[in-house]
Design a protein around this ligand. Structure first.
Ligand code: HEC
Ligand code: HEC
Length: 384
C-alpha cells in the first residue's frame, strides 16, 4: 500500500517537493531490497507459480507470432494493438519523390536553417541516440535550454499529433515549430527559406520537384517531413522475436517480454508496432504546483481532462534514448522501472480544493514486481 508514496511520505499532505525525483533516483527499490528479492506469488498469471515463474512453460508458450503468445493483460475498454513488425519505408515512387527526399535529408542536417547557423535538426535528433540527443532538456541556439527532452523520432512518421503534448497536427507544422522555436532553431521561416534559396544545389533539387527553383516555406517543410517519414528504428532481436523467432531469447529476456505483456501492464499503453498507443496519459510527472511544472497536453488544449498528460513515446530503440521521460527525469532504466513498480509519480495538491490537480492515469498501478523481475524487464527493453 505504502508503495504509492515515497518511503515515509504519507500520500495525503506535505509531500516533499522532490519526492518523485528521490524515489526515481534511490538506489534501493521502493522498499527494503530484501523484501523485493523474496519470491512473489505469480500464480494468477500464465506460467506463474506461487514462488516465481516456470521458465519451461514460458518457452513453450512463446512460439510463433505474437497472436499465438499469451494474451496481454489489458484493462477493460483500453484500446491496444498486438506487437507487430515496423511498417517498411515506401521507396520513392519516382524521380521527383527521390529529389524531394534528397532535399529533405540535406535540410535535416543543415544548421543553416537556424538563426545563427549553429543548430540543425540533427543536433537534437541524433541517429545513435534513437534520434534524441542524450540530454534531459534540449539545448538550442545560444545554448538556450528548453524544458522538454528532444523526442525520439520513431513514432513521428505514424503519429497524428506531434510533440509531447500533441500540439502540432502534422509533421509539416511540427517542422515550422522547430525552426521558429526560441529554444530550438530560433529562426523565422522567411530567413530559413532565404538560406535554402541561396544554395544552388537546393534550388536545383527544388526545380526537379516543383518545377521552380525559389522554394516557399511550405515546400521547405514538405521536404523535411518527407525525410522524417523515412525514419525507422534499427532492426533488432525484438524484430526477430516478433517475426516468430522467440527462441532467440534467453530465459531472462523471455520473462521480461512476458512481464511487459502481463504482470507489468506495459502493453496497456506501449503496444502495436511502435509500442505506443499515441495517446496522452498522466503518469504523475507534471511537477504540479512546483518549479518545473509542465502540464503537458493541457497547455495545448486548456482542457482540464488533459492536465499533466504526455504522449506515450515509442519504446523502439529505447535503451539508446535516455535520459528518459519528457523531462529526462530518469538517468537509468532500472530507476524508471522502480517508479513504475511503485505506481509512478507522487502528485501533490488536493483535488477536492483545487480543480487543476492532475489525475494520474487509471492504467498506472503498483505492480508488485521483485528485483529479479525488474532486471528481466530491463533486459527485454534493451532488445527493442
Ligand atoms: C534544440 C533541439 C531541437 C532542434 C534543433 C530540433 N528539435 Fe525536434 N524536438 C526537440 C524537442 C525538445 C522536442 C519535443 C518538444 C515538445 O514536445 O514541446 C522535439 C520534437 C520533435 C518532433 C516530434 C516527435 C513526435 O513524435 O511527436 C519531431 C518530428 C521533430 N522534433 C523533428 C525536428 C525537425 C525536423 C527539426 C529541424 C527542422 C527539429 N526537430 C529540430 C528538440 C529539437
Ligand atoms: C498509462 C499508460 C502507460 C503505461 C501503462 C506504461 N507507460 Fe511507459 N510511458 C507512458 C507515457 C505517457 C510516457 C511519457 C511520460 C512523460 O514523459 O511524462 C511513458 C514513458 C515511458 C518510457 C520513457 C521513454 C522515453 O523515450 O522517454 C519508458 C522506458 C516506458 N514508458 C516504459 C514502460 C514500461 C516498461 C511499462 C510497464 C512497466 C510502461 N511504460 C507502462 C505511458 C505508459
Amino acid at each position: 500500500m505504502a508503495q504509492n508514496a515515497a518511503p515515509g511520505a504519507p500520500q495525503s499532505k506535505s509531500i516533499p517537493a522532490d519526492a518523485t525525483v528521490r524515489l526515481a533516483q534511490s538506489r534501493e527499490p521502493d522498499t527494503a531490497l530484501g523484501r523485493l528479492l523474496l519470491p512473489v506469488d505469480n500464480s494468477a498469471f500464465e506460467c506463474g507459480k506461487t514462488d516465481g515463474w516456470d521458465a519451461a512453460c514460458l518457452k513453450s508458450h512463446y512460439k510463433g507470432q505474437p497472436a499465438q503468445w499469451p494474451r496481454p493483460v489489458i484493462d477493460a475498454g483500453k484500446n491496444w494493438k498486438e506487437m507487430a513488425p515496423v511498417p517498411a519505408v515506401q521507396p520513392a515512387a519516382n524521380a521527383r519523390e527521390k529529389a524531394k527526399l534528397q532535399l529533405g535529408t540535406a535540410l535535416f542536417f543543415d544548421a543553416g536553417l537556424s538563426r545563427k547557423g549553429g543548430v540543425s535538426c540533427a543536433s537534437c535528433h541524433q541517429a545513435g541516440n534513437s534520434f534524441s540527443d542524450g540530454r534531459a532538456q534540449a539545448v538550442g541556439e545560444d545554448k538556450l535550454m528548453g524544458r522538454r527532452r528532444a523526442q525520439t523520432l520513431f513514432a513521428a512518421p505514424f503519429a497524428s499529433h506531434l510533440f509531447w503534448d500533441g500540439r502540432a497536427p502534422s509533421l509539416e507544422e511540427q517542422a515550422k515549430g522547430s525552426i521558429t522555436n526560441t529554444f530550438e532553431m530560433n529562426n523565422t521561416l522567411a530567413a530559413a527559406v532565404d538560406h535554402v534559396n541561396a544554395q544552388p544545389q537546393y534550388r536545383q533539387l527544388g526545380r526537379q520537384v516543383w518545377g521552380h527553383s525559389k522554394l516557399s516555406a511550405d515546400e521547405m517543410v514538405t521536404a523535411i517531413s518527407t525525410f522524417v517519414r523515412t525514419i525507422r528504428p534499427p532492426v533488432t532481436v525484438a524484430d526477430a522475436v516478433i517475426a516468430g523467432d522467440a527462441a532467440a531469447l534467453s530465459d531472462q529476456q523471455r520473462l521480461g517480454l512476458h512481464l511487459f505483456r502481463t504482470k507489468a501492464r506495459c502493453m496497456n499503453c506501449h503496444s502495436g508496432a511502435l509500442l505506443t498507443d499515441n495517446e496522452f496519459h498522466d503518469l504523475g510527472l507534471s511537477n504540479y504546483g512546483r518549479r518545473n511544472q509542465d502540464l503537458g497536453r493541457f497547455e495545448a488544449t486548456r482542457n482540464k481532462a488533459d492536465l499533466g498528460k504526455f504522449r506515450t513515446p515509442s519504446l523502439r530503440g529505447v535503451s539508446h534514448a535516455g535520459p528518459w521521460m519528457h523531462n529526462g527525469l530518469f538517468a537509468d532504466l532500472p530507476g524508471l522501472l522502480r517508479l513504475y513498480n511503485a505506481g509512478m509519480g507522487v502528485v501533490g495538491g488536493d483535488p477536492q480544493k483545487d480543480a487543476y490537480v492532475p489525475t494520474k492515469s487509471e492504467h498506472i498501478k503498483p505492480l508488485n514486481l521483485n528485483a529479479a523481475e525488474i532486471d528481466a524487464l530491463v533486459e527485454w527493453l534493451k532488445l527493442l
